[in-house]
Design a protein around this ligand. Sequence first.
Ligand SMILES: Cc1cc2nc3c(=O)[nH]c(=O)nc-3n(C[C@H](O)[C@H](O)[C@H](O)COP(=O)(O)OP(=O)(O)OC[C@H]3O[C@@H](n4cnc5c(N)ncnc54)[C@H](O)[C@@H]3O)c2cc1C
Length: 383
Amino acid sequence: MIYDFLIVGGGVAGASAAFELAAHGSVLLLEAESTTGYHATGRSAALFTRNYGSPIVRQVNAASAPFFRSPPAGFCDTPLLTPRGSLTIAPPDHEGGLAELLSMSEPGEEISLIDPKDACEMVPFLRQDRVGYAAFEANVTDIDVANVHLSYLKGAKARGATVLTKQTVKALSRQSDVWSVQTAKDTFSAAQIINAAGAWADQVGAMAGAEPIGLVPMRRTAIIINAPEGVQCAALPAVDFAGTGAYMKPDAGKLMASPGDATPTDPHDAWADDMEIAVFADWIEQETTIKVEKIEHSWAGLRSFVADEAPVVGFDANVGGFFWLAGQGGFGIMMAPALAMLTAEICTQATTPNNARFAQALSPARLVQSSDPALQRSPGRII
Ligand SMILES: Cc1cc2nc3c(=O)[nH]c(=O)nc-3n(C[C@H](O)[C@H](O)[C@H](O)COP(=O)(O)OP(=O)(O)OC[C@H]3O[C@@H](n4cnc5c(N)ncnc54)[C@H](O)[C@@H]3O)c2cc1C
């Protein structure tokens, strides 16, 4: 059988693309691991922050929101987004530390300065002397990532897609417009390859003979700790510590915290470094009243970026039938619906407003050179 679309990678990018593409043709998704979502998708902070990333990323986030808020009938049984809110604080000696964030405020997505005292009431473990300035963003929500990911896979299968795990793609070749895809066990044929291999996307591109897009996997650490006694975690907002990259958010009755590290690395099964965790635990004790008595759980994941920190979505300019769906960085969960729809639109040559708006801006061809300010590095908000 020659599949219309063969997707490499079963994270949220591959799963969402499988769902959208399965409405148009036969789909095979190959995942290297024994479970889908094992890498970046299973390791995120699970936040939907519309005002996050470069201008083009924020537009993609906005385009994804309607799907999350009103998914297609039968897609999932429980809501994908739940209210959270996000508080950003800056110390007293950091005047102007929130200016960049406040400049992203838009009608319907307001970010408002609040009284530092109100911030400390909202989050009782903040140290009052460390909160000089505070801003609140009401529209930030939690995303139920497992629900999103599994619903995409379930929906794709219901539309006829085949999903195979423990199938690492090892070689790609193309003859007479048909791709031959080799794994350790099997050989598959497909008209189009969708490269949704996360941190490994440049490696998969190389198998196809494509030029690299310059993807850099960046390791980010996360820990789970207990909140101080008496603090009701569920009602807390997420908390960003401006200028540091560090953030915290409630997670199933405890707190998830990250130093916001972004360490360039090779693609691999990332793990958290003990020394970095110890340094971060000490930092938490200095910046808050939390006593970090125990690290309940820790992990690291790879957020993979190209130079302009925008995703790469489109056919390779030089390798026929080879499609990039990569470079989702720190926003891959929240961008997934819009990018998957765009993928299906480009692959089926559909003309839609979404396609017209994003196709050129996200095309791999832009990585050659771009003077478009929308494609420059994200401004300020550390991600
Ligand atoms: C700590 C942390 C916090 C984050 N917080 C957020 C957040 O709050 N909100 C948000 O939107 N995003 C967040 N992100 C980013 C988000 O997790 C990623 O952008 C997203 O998961 C990327 O999805 P993906 O499908 O591209 O990659 P992955 O989930 O890594 O999937 C790629 C898959 O491809 C497979 N693969 C690779 N090579 C091959 C091969 N040769 N053959 C077969 N399969 C292969 C891999 O095994 C992997 O399963 C965070 C990330 C981290 C690490």
